[in-house]
Design a protein around this ligand. Structure first.
Ligand code: RB5
Length: 150
């Protein structure tokens, strides 16, 4: 199950990705928004990230104008590794090396065809594991340390 979300800046590319994924046989859960009317991206980014963190969905894709705001929000949710992606290389490498579980893209940065293409790369690239596993564990340790400060 793929979680999708967007604000008005990412609405169009989110819709394109949604249509493509459904056609390709994926199950999707769309957390909105449902139009180009202005909304606040933290609301949608948190819902998608939470659904990945609680394992309701395996992967999240969140879109705003740049992809940056939604990535900042998603990365505040425990267990989320969200990456802003604008090209093929980063879409592949953030899966292979960072085991990213949330893909973030900007509707004012990439067009719909590019967004669909990047989503395909992201969803079809496995984590390399090996030495990168330890680095992901190190990220988790930092998250734990920060939690314990509160
Ligand atoms: C909304 O205008 C815009 O700020 C938002 O889509 C996003 O780009 C924020 O990072």
């Amino acid at each position: 199950m793929i979680a999708l979300g967007a604000d008005h800046g990412g609405y169009e590319i989110k819709e394109a990705i949604k249509g493509h994924l459904i056609k390709a046989g994926f199950e999707v859960k769309d957390f909105g928004t449902d139009s180009s009317e202005s909304v606040d991206y933290p609301i949608y980014a948190e819902k998608v990230a939470e659904s990945v963190a609680n394992k309701e969905c395996s992967t999240g894709i969140i879109c705003c104008g740049t992809g940056i705001g939604v990535s900042m929000v998603a990365n505040k949710v425990n267990g989320i590794r969200a990456a802003v992606v604008t090209n093929d290389f980063c879409a592949e490498m953030t899966r292979r090396h960072n085991d990213a579980n949330v893909l973030c893209m900007g509707g004012r940065v990439v067009d719909a065809d590019t967004a669909v293409h990047l989503a395909d790369i992201f969803l079809n690239t496995p984590f390399d594991g090996g030495r990168h596993m330890n680095r992901v564990f190190m990220m988790n340790d930092i998250e734990e340390k920060q939690k314990n400060k509160k």
